[in-house]
Design a protein around this ligand. Sequence first.
Ligand SMILES: [Zn+2]
Length: 79
Amino acid sequence: MELTSTDDEHDPEGQTTAVDRSRTEALLASAEQHLVDLDAAEQRLEEGTYGRCEVCGREIPRARLEVRPTARTCVDHAA
Ligand SMILES: [Zn+2]
């Protein structure tokens, strides 16, 4: 029996690839946004403002930071 793996990649519908591509691009965009958030969190760490709400200046509850380490605001001021 001969192995012809190239045929497996042929998609007669031509749809699956487009869907996968769109999903991948959405994931990439979300990952890039996450990187931006991480960068901002790191900058706030350096400035000593990490863990403080950008709106009211109160400390963000630790439980919230554990769930969302990149949170910039307290629960009251979350968008
Ligand atoms: Zn606040």
